[in-house]
Design a protein around this ligand. Sequence first.
Ligand code: ZN
Length: 209
Amino acid sequence: MPVAQLDRVAAYEAEGWRFKSSRARQDGPVIRQRTRPPLRTPQPASSSPLELPLEAGTITHDVFMREALKEALAAYEDNEVPVGAVIVHENRVIARAHNQRELLKDPTAHAEMIAITQAAAALNNWRLIGAAIYVTLEPCAMCAGAMVLARIGRLVYGAADPKAGACGTLYNIVQDARLNHQIDIVQGVLAGDCAQLLREFFAERRESP
Ligand code: ZN
């Protein structure tokens, strides 16, 4: 790992719940290829825009962020930077993914990118209107751009990313009025848990390079 990445350990701002460090693998790594899942029930192409999900309360956000955290943990166990994402449409998870940059040797294999591809396949539509994406870490510029292109309705993220965050920290691509789509942001959901997982990951790497 580049030395420059090691100082990310201290960068994620959040406190709280200590992530359990027992991460013994039981069944070996779960490998998920970046392939499209089989289409779910085919949905007729709709010409009318889907509605945004009902105003989600804190509890709902926590529930879906926990699903994203499960994905982040799966990344951790695969020795990938632990970031996870799920996409919710009509209160149903239609995509879930984690960072697979190492496995796929692909710099674009961020959790959000994989989840967006899955969600578009699930809806059989590149427009993810009315969908909400839950991500454990503030998205980078690439992923923020992809969310705008996908017309996602809402972004909910956990920890802020002072090094690369493009949804309020370094930039705010998803709410730039010059672009043709803007996305609601809810930030800081389970931020402590999300950040702790990242900190532990980088701390462990520093101990055993
Ligand atoms: Zn990204």
